[in-house]
Design a protein. Sequence first.
Lengths: 128, 85
Amino acid sequence: MSLYEIIGGILIIIGAAFLFLGGLGILRMPDVYNRLQAGTKATTMGAMSLILGVGVVKMEDSWTWIVKMSIIIIFIAISNPISSHALARAMYRRKRYPFIKSSDKNMDAYREIIEKEEKDEKTVMNDQ
Amino acid sequence: MIYIFYITIVLLALGMLFAIIRFIKGPTAGDRTVALDTMTTIIVAGLVIMSAVFDRFIYADVALIYSVLGFIGVIVIARYLEGAL
């Protein structure tokens, strides 16, 4: 194995592990904001690392691979935070409140405020 | 080198399986959209891995176009859920 393959292989394994953890987090997290955190930040990092790793592995064949992989990396780095922000704002405006653990004493005041606001809300939106 | 690609494909398939479970189970439309966004990113990574394994350049172009279309789809669904569309 050459040096390019060792460095690129390490980057590919790191990226794949981050993508796997993003998928696991989107299954295990309790509410939509936590799922956004796991499902967009971790996968952005994972995809960028994996694509850079593929570009480094193929760099000893030709230099055109790393240029095209850089285009994909730049586009992912621009577009993924925008879609994550749009989704979080949409969920906030649809009044999806964050998950509150029922045994947490410190959150009691916050829960009372939320329940009062939900009671004041006359128009109940359809969920699905 | 090929074993690294085997490990990578197994990890991506497991992440994809978890995202599909959330996509089917998700209580609200927002959860399903988040799962769709994650699935789009994992598919882009899988296409890039395919282009490296088969040594074909054109799968990288497919990955770029797929990420553009997935981004537009998620933006449109988010604006629709917000009520601004």
